[in-house]
Design a protein around this ligand. Structure first.
Ligand SMILES: [Fe+2]
Length: 184
C-alpha cells in the first residue's frame, strides 16, 4: 500500500506545476485512504507521553523530498500554533481533532514578537482534509476522550526545516522545538 502511494506522490509532485494543482491532486490521491482503513495498524496509535502525540514516519524522501507520516493525538492533548515552511496536506483517519487556523496580524518586524488572532476551527474527522501553504499557521487539540489519528503529507521533512512556534496569549514567536518521532 505504502509503496504504491509513494510512487503516486512522486509522480504527482513531478507533474503538477502549480501549488493549487499540486494540493488538489494530492488530496484526490489521499482521500481513498480514509475510506478503506484496513491499512491502519494498531501501533500507529502509540503516543509520546511528554509530547502528547505520536508521530510515525511512513516515508521520508531523500534529499529534501516529501514526508509522509501519521500523527496520533492523545485525548485532551494538542500542539501550540506553528507553521510548516512547506506545503502540507492533513487528512483525518479516525476520531476527531480540532484544527485551529490562525491569522498573523503583525509584519514580523519585531524579533520574537507575533500578534495572532484565531481565524477559524475545523473538526477533522475521517476523510476531512486540510491543506496548508508554507506560511499558514495552525494548532491542533483533541478535545475528545479517545485518540485521534490523521495522515500528514509535507513537501519536505519537518525535522530538517526551521519552523516557528507561536504563543498567542503572550504574543511571542520562537523556533519550533524538534518533535519526537517514533523509532528515533
Ligand atoms: Fe502542523
Amino acid at each position: 500500500m505504502i509503496d504504491t502511494l509513494v510512487d503516486d506522490i512522486r509522480r504527482i509532485v513531478r507533474e503538477e506545476t502549480t501549488p493549487d494543482g499540486l494540493l488538489a491532486a494530492l488530496v484526490g490521491r489521499l482521500t481513498p485512504l480514509a475510506e478503506d482503513r484496513s491499512w491502519i495498524a494498531k501501533d500507529l496509535y502509540a503516543t509520546d507521553e511528554n509530547q502528547g502525540f505520536g508521530i510515525t514516519v511512513l516515508h521520508e524522501e531523500p534529499e529534501d523530498g516529501f514526508l509522509l507520516e501519521t500523527v496520533c493525538w492523545a485525548p485532551g492533548r494538542g500542539v501550540a500554533p506553528h507553521d510548516h515552511q512547506t506545503w502540507g496536506v492533513v487528512m483525518g483517519l479516525d476520531g476527531e481533532e480540532i484544527n485551529v487556523d490562525w491569522h498573523r496580524r503583525d509584519d514580523g518586524a519585531v524579533p520574537g514578537r507575533a500578534d495572532l488572532e484565531k481565524a477559524g476551527e475545523t473538526a477533522v474527522t475521517g476523510g476531512v482534509v486540510k491543506t496548508f501553504s508554507p506560511n499558514d499557521i495552525h494548532s491542533i487539540r483533541n478535545d475528545s476522550d479517545r485518540p485521534s489519528l490523521s495522515l500528514h503529507l509535507y513537501g519536505r521533512s519537518l525535522a530538517k526545516t526551521d519552523r516557528s512556534e507561536f504563543n498567542p496569549l503572550a504574543g511571542t514567536v520562537a523556533p519550533c522545538p524538534k518533535r519526537v518521532r517514533r523509532g528515533e
